[in-house]
Design a protein. Sequence first.
Length: 257
Amino acid sequence: MTVEKSVLDVRVEGAIAHLQFNRPTKRNAVNDQTIEALRSFFGTVPNGVRVIVLSGAGGHFSAGLDLSEQVRREPQAVMRHSRNWHAVMSLVQFSGIPVIAAMNGAVMGGGLEIAAACHVRVAEPGTMFRMPEGQRGIFVGGGATVRLAAIIGADRLTEMMLTGRTYSAEEGERLGLAHYLAPAGGGLAKAFELAGQIAQNSGTINYLIIQSIARIANMSAEDGLYAESLAAALSQTGADAEEGLRAFLEKRKPNFG
C-alpha cells in the first residue's frame, strides 16, 4: 500500500510500515503539518503492522523544528504547540508498535526529540546530533528534557544546549543516541533488517516492553518491581506464551501469529 506523498511518505509492506519525512529541501525540518501527519498515522496504525521504520528523504533525518513557523507566537500559543508535540511524541513512544529510527545527516533539535521517542536507533557515518536551541534564543519544547535526558543524562543535555555541540555518529553511539552504527548508505537496510527480526516477536511481548519499561523507569523501586511482576504475569498467559514455550521445548523457532 502506498499513500500519496506529502510531508510524510507512508508505505506499508506486510508487517512493516516505512514512514519517511519528505521535506528534503528543508532538511526535513518539522512543521505543524508533519506533526499532524505523525498524529494521524500513530493514532490509527494500520492493522497488521508490527514494526515501523522512520527515516528522512534527501540525506537528512531531520534538522529540527521549522523555525519559519515559530517567529511570532504568543506565550499561550507556544505552550499549546509544545503540548501538542508532547502528545504526538507519546503516541510515537506508546502506540504499542516498535519504532526504528534510521538516521543520517542532521538529527538536530526537534529531529533528535523525535528520534528519542523511537525504540531502536540506527545511525550512518556522517550523522550529526545537535541541540542548537540555546543558540536560537529558545528552549526545547518537544520532550528533550524528559526523553533525551533519560538517554544521555541531564548534565550532558545541559552542555549540548549551552554550547550547541555536535556529536558524530560514533560519539552518539557511545552516548546511546544510536544503538547501531551502519555502514555508509546502509542505515535503512539495517533498520529493515532489525524490523524483520522484531516483527517475528510476540506482538504481546513487544507491546509490554514498550508500555512497561519506560514507565517503570519513572516509578519507585518497589512500585517498579510490582509493575514488572504484573507484566510478567500478563506475558505468561495466552497463545503466544504457549507457542513460545512449546518452541523452546521442541528446539525450534516460535511462530507467533
